[in-house]
Structures are given as C-alpha cells and as structure tokens.
Design a protein. Structure first.
Length: 120
C-alpha cells in the first residue's frame, strides 16, 4: 500500500493558525478564570466574538470574508432590528419575483397546447 500526503506544508498559514489559536485560548482562559469547568460553553461565545470582530488590516470581519455578509447577532435577530427587517423584506421580494417568474413560465407552457388546438 502506498500513501501520499494530501496537503502541502505552508509555513505562513501554519503560523497564522497558531496565532489565532493562541488568541482564542487566551480569551477562553480569561472568560473561564473563575469557573474553569464552563469552557465547553464559553468557547462558543469566544469564537463568535473572534469571527465577528472587525480586523483593521483586512478591513472586514472574518465572517464577512468567508460568507460575504455581515454577521447578525442572535439577539438582534430574535428581537429584530432595522437591518434584519430590511434583509427579510429584501429576501421576500426576491422570493416573490422568482415565484412570479415561475408562474409566467407555467402560463406560457399551458398556452402552447391551447394555441395548437386553435390552429388544428
């Protein structure tokens, strides 16, 4: 049996991953200083905070770079805000337009047999 390495070694990316992990570990340690056994739930908030924190060098959050959207805080989504309301209205408009296009296509398909009957 022969094995191949599937990933290339990239020193710069390795250093970036170590740097991010160091930051995340220090944040979890600070958050769990008084209650060390809560790290299992605390790290989720730390990762969320890191992903949504604005990075000056890239001028975007990591979430924006990956998904192309601005992250919405769960409480902001549940309680509602102007930004979330506009996003929902915009998505409903897009859905409505696609549904109307589908209906028009169906009407065109239905009219083809009717026009053939009128000719014959």
């Amino acid at each position: 049996m022969f094995y191949k390495n599937s990933c290339a070694y990239c020193l710069r990316a390795n250093g970036q991953a170590k740097s991010i992990n160091k930051v995340l570990i220090s944040l979890v340690q600070k958050m769990c200083y008084l209650h060390p056994l809560t790290w299992g739930t605390t790290y989720l908030g730390v990762v969320w905070a890191y992903k949504t924190a604005f990075k000056v060098t890239k001028k975007h959050t990591p979430f924006q770079l990956v998904y192309g959207l601005e992250a919405v805080d769960p409480l902001e989504f549940l309680k509602g805000s102007i930004r979330v309301g506009h996003a929902i209205i915009d998505s409903l408009k897009v859905i409505n337009n696609t549904n109307m296009n589908i209906l028009h296509q169906l009407e065109e398909k239905r009219s083809i047999p009717n026009s053939n009957l009128k000719k014959g």
